[in-house]
Design a protein around this ligand. Sequence first.
Ligand SMILES: *Cc1c(COP(=O)(O)O)cnc(C)c1O
Length: 493
Amino acid sequence: MDYVSTRNKKERVTASQAVLQGLSRDGGLFVPTQLPKLDKTLKELSEMTYPEVAYEVMKLYLTDYTEEELKNCIKNAYDDKFDTEEIAPLVFADSAYYLELFHGKTIAFKDMALSILPHLMITAAKKNGVKNEIVILTATSGDTGKAALAGFADVKGTKIIVFYPKDGVSDIQKQQMVTQAGDNTHVVGIDGNFDQAQTGVKKMFNDPDLAKEMEAHGFQFSSANSINIGRLVPQVVYYVYAYTKLLKEERIKDGEQINVTVPTGNFGNILAAYYAKQMGLPIDRLICASNENKVLYDFFGNGVYDKNREFKLTNSPSMDILISSNLERLIYRIAGEDDEKNAAFMKALSESGVYEITPEMKDKLSDFYGNFADEAETGAEIRRVYEDTGYVLDTHTAVASAVYKKYREETGDDKACVIASTASPFKFTRAVMKAIGKDDAAKSDLDLTEDLSTIANVPIPKAITEIKTAPVRHTTICEVDAMPDAVRSFLGI
Ligand SMILES: *Cc1c(COP(=O)(O)O)cnc(C)c1O
């Protein structure tokens, strides 16, 4: 199976090349030439561990990796970096199954993919005869940077350089990044905002002179951002795992349909659920939950994607997004895999910030249901679920939970539902404690985690206890214009 660009089907690469390259040269996203079907029965899969299911799913997408290569990547990713052998436990609370995707190093779901991407990448480099060391450049507004750092730390053959706006991330996020261990990790605060950091990184990626200079010293850039197919494919795994776990525990019958609710920003996580459905996993509705930045809710309602609106800062910051990059893969598919049509929509998006799909395309969206929860509804949901069940949701998961409640009230559909639980409440302690009515303004965010631990009856995760004592290792601050020099200095060129 090959991968083609959503904007030009003639751009055709192997799976490993797609992982290495990240984005297609024409700006399009790589998609598989056809979506594979599961080749094991649900019953067979239900007897497997997480790494075994990971292999059964990923082998169908990453077809040019050998069995040994892929199993090796999986083994290196899903090990005791996770604080539970289950990797992604399923917890029944209230009236849904919360799929906890936050048991990795940075206690958010991005660890699920970023713990395997580095291994997929160095394997891809070997397979394609790339001798250069891979240098990952990332601009971050907080979460992705830390998850990427944790994933690439001490992975041989790679270096990672993360730029963050020095006054634009939370104290805990900053502390997490500047204490990052690993001889190959570099973290730089920039005198500027996230957009400037992002633009600076893009400029370096597209600078042919810098690329030549890098090549001469045995380096080449790559990207770990969420449009890389090497991040999408590992996310399909946990939907299959969740279903088969429900089956094994006899919560559902073989073949019975379930619903899935996903708190959505860049549309990567829910797209993975859509791919799982296309592979034959019995999923009925894909419930797309947005916060007050509800571009996707409007899109599913009227077929118009319109990013021209006020950007809102919410308590679920990882969903504060107006351009959901991974939606392009869905647009391409419902356009009948028509690359020219998709390219025209994306051109309209970049030129005017808006496009409207055709009625035929809209008909193909019936798998999806979109809704949103505002800040008050999200807080109320955290409190309600806590008071009813004792289970504490983080702010992102609470958006999903509140939207699922609306869905049930609107449709009466009470199929078993898996809610993707994308972050630990300890990552957003202040907002969570406020919602429950147990905030203490006199305490620091870190101290407040002790109170949360008591009321939730959950130990404080290692990701939090570690940063309290870890030494600061990264102190570099630079001007936006000096970003390339910071890179040169780290690489010693
Ligand atoms: C990234 C993120 C999301 C959004 O996921 P997408 O794949 O971008 O839609 C939701 N919740 C948390 C905690 C995240 O970190």
